[in-house]
Ligand binder design. Structure first.
Ligand code: ZN
Length: 241
């Protein structure tokens, strides 16, 4: 048994508290408006006797859905959700603190993965405190060389080997493309998989965490790691400034 297991009070010097957010970010213009017109290649021609299907309703619905999704990704959405995991709260992109997890005996964190080689989907599980201690140590050792940017091992995550086909570095976390509220943030944090997220998904996390969403991906990743660390340990015990 590792002497550090179960002892989160050792993580003591890093202050991962985020600086107060600057002004509310302006609505992001970066998502182009989707055109409802079909590209000319898809316009039914006279060879097709099928009734043309402009399908305006569906296309309106889709546009509304996309608009809602875009809104959720550009500003904080404080509506409550059904917590998708025992370690997640009812707020989007917010996980429970370590104290809560420990007192509720939630010490194993699971997540779904898929092998890129054999395509097997399965779950892997992390020991919460082992991983938190590992990441704390990493922060402590590397913080000075990070310069507020995620290091390479975060931008290009070290993928695990497959338990089924035994190929190396080929197992990716399964991440919902459709629904940001289903993202398993704590699992991605503990596995140091946040770099597998799309930029839009990271921006969603940043919007929910009141982090200014502009900047390169490695900057957003760095801030996301800090923010998740801070969610787990909100007391200002860690000093990495
Ligand atoms: Zn495999």
């Amino acid at each position: 048994m590792n002497a550090e297991d179960g002892n989160n009070e050792r993580s003591p010097r890093l202050d991962l508290s985020l600086r107060p957010p600057s002004a509310q970010p302006p609505p992001a213009p970066e998502y182009p408006q989707l055109s409802s017109t079909l590209p000319s290649s898809q316009i039914p021609n006279e060879e097709s006797n099928a009734t043309p299907q402009p399908n305006i309703e569906t296309s309106n619905d889709q546009q509304q859905h996309r608009r809602r999704l875009r809104r959720r990704r550009t500003r904080a959405d404080m509506t409550r959700i059904e917590p998708p995991y025992p370690w997640a709260t009812d707020k989007r992109a917010v996980v429970h603190e370590l104290k809560y997890l420990q007192s509720n005996n939630i010490m194993k964190i699971k997540g779904e993965v898929i092998c890129k080689k054999c395509e097997m989907k399965y779950e892997i599980e992390y020991d919460l405190m082992n991983k938190v201690n590992e990441i704390t140590r990493f922060f402590e050792e590397e913080i000075d060389s990070m310069h507020d940017r995620a290091p390479n091992c975060w931008t290009k995550p070290n993928l695990p080997n497959c338990n089924f086909c035994n190929e190396e570095k080929c197992v990716m976390p399964v991440i919902s493309k459709e629904d940001d509220s289903k993202i398993n943030w704590l699992f991605l944090f503990l596995g140091q998989f946040l770099g597998c997220l799309r930029l839009k998904q990271l921006k969603h996390f940043c919007a929910q965490s009141n982090i200014h969403r502009t900047g390169a991906k490695n900057r957003l990743l760095y801030l996301s790691y800090r923010a998740l660390f801070h969610q787990l340990q909100p007391s200002p015990t860690l000093n990495i400034n």
